[in-house]
Design a protein around this ligand. Structure first.
Ligand code: FAD
Length: 464
């Protein structure tokens, strides 16, 4: 005799997709509940993704700066020491504050939280088992179950020496030799952290380039920079197996010597978490890779059941998931809303950062779209010089005929913050001239965006 409750909308999963959808629903006057199986709401992003990784990137960057860059500012400090436990404690504090914040927001905004694993019983009810044991009946159900790290059969994960991104966010010590399988953004961010903290990092990538999806020219520049930072990045390298050998690990590679190391990080993508939701109870089938098919309204094939976020595929990014959460719920509430998949920024938080929005040169060529290109290297930017961060460039791609901005790609300090201007401009359908005619404050890094826009029409002032 399980307790039964009723809500208008039940959100299954409390990550960026789910908690944002739930809060927006409450704002719109919908009686909403949100279920998550973890002690803390926030999903992958807040617990073991975006936030803890950025905390470690920041700390490890400062460690690097203190050791190698302070002297050029005329700051002498001797014997910089690493206290990994303190670094990890800081990370935990940040995660705790933000995940705790969601409980507070739910309370203030009127979202009912349930903690436990939820499974469909039928199209209008979900059984929750865990801290809370309850049967929830709902008019509508929104699946936001997210994703988890993909596995490879020949990589024998033990959750310790051979693990995934979650493991690598909490190594108990700095591994002397770390092998990272996969040269995507998560692999490279975690490589950056441990490389800075003193590991000898080897990144193994099967493709002939790192960071698939990123503009080819910038990916190449970034590759060179990472190499200079001491990372050993090997492309066209096929891992055949990875297994424990006592206290060591052995990674076997096709046509090359096996690599012995202390730890292995497997980061070859993420898999939708849809295999244990009881989807069979509502006759909902996933696609071959496990993603839930939806239409433009985020409706699944089951009546009154919707899905958003990582579990439906597309860009597996937190801000894409949050945006879908808002749009989906607004439409349910009968409010006009729109989702623009052409303008979703993507950022790699290495140092320097890499940020993009819109199309790459490769995509435009493939689609036969003619474009003009304006570039500004950060070397020509005064603020970048004062920061001592003048590697990289801004690149703006604009339609030859209409001058409409089609893509913006930035490699450089704080690229992730700079890309927001490009995203706003593109959302408003701006031309490169619109950006060029906008007065940018001096001296700021954003002037490099301005200069690149001027350069589209060969009017750059500070570059040749
Ligand atoms: P999730 O965040 O995965 O949330 C789903 C939640 O639902 C989870 O808490 C899960 O436990 C819960 N759940 C699933 N099934 C059930 C069930 N049956 N019952 C109860 N609960 C359930 N994205 C960015 O945009 N920027 C970044 O910098 C970034 N960095 C990342 C770094 C790392 C190391 C990783 C791993 C990911 C990173 N991401 C980043 C990706 C980002 O975390 C995801 O895109 C985002 O979390 C997806 O949100 P979601 O709500 O769809 O799913």
């Amino acid at each position: 005799d399980m307790k039964t409750v009723r809500h208008e909308l039940v959100v299954l999963g409390g990550g960026p997709a789910g908690y944002v959808a739930a809060i927006r629903a409450a704002q719109l006057g919908i009686d909403v509940a949100c279920i998550d199986e973890n002690d803390r709401f926030g999903g992958t992003c807040l617990r073991v993704g975006c936030i803890p990784s950025k905390a470690l990137l920041e700390s490890s960057h400062l460690y690097e700066e203190a050791q190698h860059r302070f002297a050029e500012h005329g700051l002498k400090i001797d014997g910089v020491q690493l206290d990994l436990d303190a670094m990890m404690a800081r990370k935990k504090k940040i995660v705790d504050a933000l995940t705790g914040g969601i409980d507070m927001l739910f309370k203030k905004k009127g979202v009912t939280p349930y903690r436990g694993r939820g499974r469909f019983r039928d199209v209008e009810s979900i059984q929750v088992e865990g801290q809370d044991n309850v049967l929830i009946q709902a008019d509508r159900i929104l699946i936001c179950s997210g994703s988890r790290p993909s596995k490879l059969g020949f990589v024998e994960e033990d959750g310790d020496r051979i693990g995934n991104s979650t493991t690598a966010l909490s190594f108990p010590d700095v591994p002397e030799r770390l092998v990272v399988i996969g040269g995507g953004y998560i692999g490279l961010e975690m490589s950056s952290v441990w490389n800075r903290l003193g590991s000898k990092v080897i990144v193994l990538e099967a493709l002939d380039h790192i960071m698939p999806g990123i503009d080819g020219e910038l990916a190449q520049m970034a590759h060179r920079i990472f190499k200079k930072q001491g990372m050993d990045i090997r492309t066209k390298t096929f891992v055949e197996s990875a297994k424990r050998d006592g206290d060591e690990c052995v990674v076997a590679i096709k046509d090359a010597e096996p690599i012995r190391c202390d730890r292995v990080l497997l980061s070859t993508g993420r898999t939708p978490a849809t295999d244990d939701l009881g989807l069979e109870a509502i006759g909902l089938e996933t696609d071959r890779r496990g993603f839930i098919p939806v239409n433009a309204e985020f409706e699944t094939s089951a009546d009154h059941v919707y899905a958003i976020g990582d579990c439906i595929g597309g860009a597996m990014l937190a801000h894409k998931a949050m945006e879908e959460g808002i749009v989906c719920v607004e439409r349910i509430a009968g409010v006009k809303s729109h989702m623009n998949y052409d303008v979703i920024p993507a950022i790699v938080y290495t140092h320097p950062e890499i940020a993009m929005v819109g199309k790459t040169e490769e995509q435009l060529k493939e689609e036969g779209i003619e474009y003009n290109k304006g570039v500004c290297p950060f070397g020509a930017n005064g603020r970048a010089r004062t920061l001592g961060e003048f590697e990289g460039r801004v690149k703006i791609l604009a339609d030859v005929e209409t001058d409409r901005v089609l893509g913006v790609h930035i490699l450089g300090a704080r690229a992730g913050d700079l890309i927001a201007e490009a995203a706003s401009a593109m959302e408003f359908g701006a031309s490169s001239e619109d950006i060029a005619r906008t007065c940018h404050a001096h001296p700021t890094l954003s002037e490099a965006v301005h200069e690149a826009a001027l350069a589209v029409d060969s009017r750059a002032i500070h570059t040749i």
